[in-house]
Structures are given as C-alpha cells and as structure tokens.
Unconditional design. Structure first.
Length: 399
C-alpha cells in the first residue's frame, strides 16, 4: 500500500500487498520472516502484514479498521469547516470603590463644630447638601474684612477695588461659596457659623468628627464615595493574558442576584504579576445606578474573546505528541491517516487550524487513542519487518 498524504484522494486506495511474518507467542517483540522457534523454544505463529513503508507522524502508520471494529471501539468523525472561534475566560472578582469617585471633606481654617448635620456613616448625601456648621474666629474676621472692603470699594483710584478683590479671594480660597458671599453682601451681617457642603453625591463611608469638636486645617472630616460606578478587580492567569485587552466587555454575576448579570469594560491591566498565584490583576468599571453592587462583594467574571470565523478542529480530535500535534484523517474504506496539524488559537472546544488538514476532511473525534494505538503498533511492525528483511536478523535456528 502506498503511504497516504494530503494530495492522495480518498477514493484511490490501492490494494495492499500482504507478507507472512512469524511472531513469538511468549515474546511479541520477537519477529522473523521465516518459520521456526523463538528464544524460549516455542513455535512461532504466522501473521500477515502489509508491505508498506512507515508513514505518518512520529512513527505512526496509515491503518485500516473494519466498519465492525470501528463500531465496537466507538470511532466517530467530524467534517472540518470554517466556524466562529471564541474563548470564554472565567475568573473570580472582588468589588471595590472607584478611586476617582472618592472625596475627602477637609477645612483650610481651624474652628469648632457648632452643629453636625450628617451625623452617621452610610448616609446618602447629594452634592451641595450641608454636612455641618462650623464656628471659626478666622472666618468671622474674614467676613468683617470683606464688608469693610465692600464699603471702601468706591475710593478714588483702584486701591479700594483691589482690597475688595483680595478679601473676596481669601473667602474663595477657604471654600466659601459664591452664594454665601452674595448673602454676606446682601445682608451686610457677619455670620457666626458657616455651613460646609458635600463636594460630591455619594455615601458617607467615614465620619471623623463629633459635635463640638475642634477642627484643625487639613483634618479629615468625612469620606464620601460615589457608588454609581464601581470597580471590579479580577485575577487572570498568566497563560490567558494574551487574550485580554483594554476595552473588552466583561460580564459580572453574583450569587446574591441569581440570574442577573452586569456588564462592564476592562479599563486597566496591571503591569505586574502575583508571584504566588501566577495571576495578573485587571480592573473593570461597572455602572451601578441601583447600588446593588457593594464594595467587598465577590463576583464571577466572564470575558468573551471573539477571534472571528476560521477553519477549526475539535479539541477531541487533536492528540498531543509532545513537540507536535496530530490528528487522524478518515480517508474512506476504513483507512485512517495520521496527520501532523499546526494549531492557532484555542476556543471553546476547538482549535484554529493553521496547516496539516483542509476544509471538508473528516477527522476522528472519538476513540482516536485506540486508533493511535493500532497505528503505532502497525508502524512498529513495519519497521521490524523491514529490519528483519533487510538485515536477516530475524532468522531462528530449528531444533
């Protein structure tokens, strides 16, 4: 039989030539091209082999398996075709605050908390909502300076206007709002206390003040977090990193909300690896308008990678021979040819095919390990036959 390769059509199967060989019943590796006894003195039994040179991948030969035996061992095949290849990367994630959406409330002057309006953590506040009222001697003095400058603004020359602008700038730098300054101008009365307002809308996650407490400049009073967007941190194994890109969509699901999913975008891939877990952290921004996603919750992440439509081979059809991969191609009439295949990206249950097999060919997807065993055995017998025939080392003495 002529060795099969890609160019030989399936319907042109030549009739194989047979040759009788003799094998030891006790030691199958003892083979001879002449009848006789083996090394243990037992008569060797005849068997037929096809006179075919070894072919295929890694010492595997084209093998013929009858239809009955194929059915017995469960051989199944699948036709290769172009199909969409995608990959699903799964990871465990943890929800956290979005760092740009956290704001600290501090003062730039010292004073005493006269009235604490927001007096508990966890409270939702709106931007511009008053948090507390503070009494500050410095702020009282600054108001008086401003009112005096306001009266002196009409002094001839620019001196009065310059003093007014300076007094107003001082209030502005102390975060006194324009509306508060306008009220001061309108009433002409110095206020003992001033309200401090929330800089953003969000939840109070830290409160460091009590009513009556003295506050120094720069001291943290509140920490407010806007949870309308949260970050989800996921750990991706290093071998999956080539498939993760910025801007990819990620689906988030939580055991707390069965059947419900949230979507987000990968906004950052951290430039370092965790040496213990061999994972790389990614950050996903997720909209959270209903505040269902809460920091420190655990989540399941799924990142879908789409490679487009390519020629694909089932994962079950590929046998790993170490350095090479191969598959068995159904050539028809019970013949199966080992073929080295070059693989590209791996999708869900399929590989991209870069070479070795063509569209429309059938490959073995089930029982290919048994087919491989018969192919390897046949190749070994062929090599032994050639060695025995060529070198004459297979003869045994007769008693």
């Amino acid at each position: 039989m002529v060795p099969f390769d890609v160019e030989v059509p399936a319907q042109a199967q030549p009739a194989p030539k047979k040759k009788t060989m003799y094998r030891s019943t006790m030691s199958p590796n003892e083979i001879s091209d002449k009848p006789g006894k083996d090394s243990m003195g037992m008569e060797m039994v005849p068997f037929e082999v096809e006179e075919v040179a070894p072919s295929g991948v890694g010492g595997r030969a084209v093998v013929k398996i009858s239809a009955e035996r194929q059915q017995l061992i469960g051989v199944k095949t699948e036709t290769l075709k172009i199909q969409p290849i995608d990959r699903l990367i799964k990871a465990v994630g943890r929800i956290d605050y979005a760092e740009p959406n956290i704001s600290l409330v501090t003062l730039k002057f010292e004073g005493w908390i006269e009235r604490l309006i927001v007096n508990s953590t966890g409270r939702l506040v709106r931007r511009g909502e008053p948090l507390l009222e503070i009494y500050s001697p410095d702020l009282v003095a600054a108001q008086q300076e401003y009112l005096l400058a306001l009266k002196a603004k009409d002094i001839p020359g620019n001196a009065g206007l310059s003093v007014l602008n300076s007094a107003r700038e001082k209030l502005r730098l102390w975060d006194i709002s324009d509306q508060q300054v306008e009220n001061l101008e309108r009433t002409g009365q110095v206020k003992k206390t001033f309200a401090i307002f929330a800089p953003i809308s969000g939840f109070v996650i830290e409160k460091e003040v009590l009513s009556g407490q003295k506050i120094m400049p720069g001291e943290n009073l509140f920490k407010i977090a806007d949870l309308s967007t949260v970050w989800v941190f996921g750990d991706i194994y290093e071998y999956e990193l080539p498939y993760v890109k910025l801007g990819q969509e990620a689906m988030i699901s939580l055991s707390y909300f069965p059947g419900e999913t949230f979507s987000g975008k990968i906004t950052y891939i951290y430039p370092y690896l965790n040496s213990e877990t061999r994972t790389n952290r990614v950050r996903i921004a997720v909209k959270n308008p209903a505040f269902k996603l809460k920091p420190e919750m655990y989540a399941n992440l799924e990142i879908h990678v789409d490679y487009g439509a390519k020629l694909a081979i089932p994962v079950g059809a590929v046998l790993d021979a170490g350095v090479k991969n191969f598959a068995f191609v159904d050539k028809g009439d019970g013949y199966f040819e080992p073929r080295e295949v070059k693989l590209g990206v791996k999708g869900e249950g399929i590989y991209e095919v870069l070479g070795g097999v063509a569209e429309g060919e059938k490959v073995v997807t089930s029982a290919n390990f048994l087919v491989d065993s018969e192919s390897s055995l046949k190749s070994a017998l062929q090599q032994m036959t050639q060695s025995s025939s060529g070198a004459g080392t297979g003869e045994h003495k007769h008693d």
